[in-house]
Design a protein around this ligand. Sequence first.
Ligand SMILES: [Zn+2]
Length: 59
Amino acid sequence: MEKDPVCGMEIKDTIKAEATVYKSKTYYFCSALCMVQFQQNPEKYVKHDDEGKHEHHHH
Ligand SMILES: [Zn+2]
């Protein structure tokens, strides 16, 4: 199930949902309003899970 990265709402029907592609990944939104917010500042909402390694520094 997809999740609206702006408001956190679960998107059950991605066919009807608003969608935008950012850095070759598709994001789904509950409404055009959330999509616009995302497009204005995508870095705020994108999680960087795909980039780099999950290194935890213990000292
Ligand atoms: Zn939303």
